[in-house]
Ligand binder design. Structure first.
Ligand SMILES: [Zn+2]
Length: 66
């Protein structure tokens, strides 16, 4: 299953656009870490780090905490 339909080159994406959308799964330790990174990057205004964290959350395999 592929979900890689980019509508076009990411030129000046609007804030809070889908590029930054992330749905961390409750109970997933990796998501929790990434969400913390995302929040930190958001506070610092680091768009690139923010995008990376959001993307990582979207790609997370959601490992349950042990
Ligand atoms: Zn996860």
């Amino acid at each position: 299953m592929r979900q890689r339909t980019y509508p076009g080159p990411p030129v000046d994406p609007p804030l809070d656009g889908w590029l930054y959308e992330a749905r961390p799964k409750p109970g997933c330790t990796r998501c929790a870490e990434l969400k913390a990174q995302l929040d930190r990057a958001t506070r610092r205004g680091e768009a690139n780090a923010r995008f990376e964290a959001a993307r990582s959350i979207r790609q997370c395999a959601h490992e349950a905490a042990e």
